[in-house]
Design a protein around this ligand. Structure first.
Ligand code: G3H
Length: 286
């Protein structure tokens, strides 16, 4: 890792959030990825100003947005919370079985906007994988040249994945974590693995594993690439807190929870964030 990357990552992990080496990011690109339907549970969250302010109030390590929102809404809070500029993205029309997420912004844009990291969605296992790897390589080279940490959203997708346990099976998540590591990600964002989803998976994943064993293995597969565990669709608090605990116990660097945070009314969001911060506080890293 070069000096620019190390400096920016240290800023994110040591000067924001709990400042103890853990990370808690607020992703806010669902308006592109899923559409405005995601704002129905809490219409206030359709306003980017509301969500950026929430990220600052919640003491997050960073907010993740696409370039349009970064240009128009990060300004008011510039320097108060790190910006992660998402460089690619797609709508869910049509659904993503053959997905390639096109790049719509550059690492130079991220530098210009004062970002501390960039994000790239890599769909592992789709028919478009080859083109995706090529597109990703250009982003990775730029990120390296400009000293910008690269966070890879390592998302298993497509029919071949669906035929083997699905996108959040232990097999698929573990493979995606390893792929991001092999392809030079500094940080990888993974779904929490579900070992019970094991239809037609390779023998190594066909036994009964606990969720703790599965996330332990995923973090090992990422090796020196830092791991962030994603939130996913809104679920009950206890289930989410348990997912957070198991992830941190496994050695993950942190969490990246979006809908589970901002699809609630303001004070409820902050209450939930406080409960997650209590967990992160127990896992300082050197
Ligand atoms: O890019 C998509 C978001 O990272 C998803 O976050 P979420 O599943 O916690 O809403």
């Amino acid at each position: 890792m070069n000096t620019g990357k190390k400096t920016r990552l240290n800023r994110i992990l040591r000067q924001y959030g709990l400042g103890n080496g853990t990370a808690f990011f607020l992703p806010y690109d669902q308006g592109l990825e899923h559409g405005p339907r995601d704002f129905a549970p809490n219409p206030a969250a359709s306003d980017p100003r509301y969500v950026v302010k929430l990220a600052v109030e919640g003491g997050f390590n960073g907010i993740v947005v696409q370039i349009g929102l970064a240009e128009k809404f990060y300004w008011d809070y510039a320097g108060e919370i790190p910006l992660v500029l998402k460089l690619n993205g797609k709508t869910d029309i049509p659904p993503d079985a053959r997905a390639l997420s096109p790049v719509n912004a550059s690492v130079e844009d991220a530098v210009r906007l004062g970002a501390d990291a960039v994000g790239y969605t890599l769909y592992v296992g789709t028919p478009a994988q080859e083109a995706d790897f090529e597109q990703y390589r250009r982003v990775r080279d730029d990120a390296h040249r400009l000293g910008m940490p690269l966070i890879v959203w390592a998302y298993p997708r497509g029919e071949a994945i669906e035929a083997k346990g699905g996108k959040d099976s232990f097999y698929a998540v573990d493979y995606a974590a390893r792929t991001a590591s092999e392809l030079g990600a500094d940080v990888v964002k993974v779904n929490f693995p579900h070992p019970e989803k094991r239809t037609d998976v390779p023998a190594a994943y066909a036994e009964e594993f606990t969720s703790q064993q599965a996330i332990d293995a995923v973090v090992r597969s990422a090796n020196r690439t830092l791991v962030l565990v994603s939130g996913g669709t809104k679920a009950g608090d206890e289930a989410m807190l348990e997912k957070a605990r198991e992830s941190m116990e496994a050695g993950a660097t942190g969490l990246i929870f979006g809908r589970n945070v901002w699809q609630r009314e303001h004070d409820e969001s902050l209450r939930f964030v406080a409960a997650l911060r209590e967990i992160l506080a127990k896992y300082p890293s050197a």
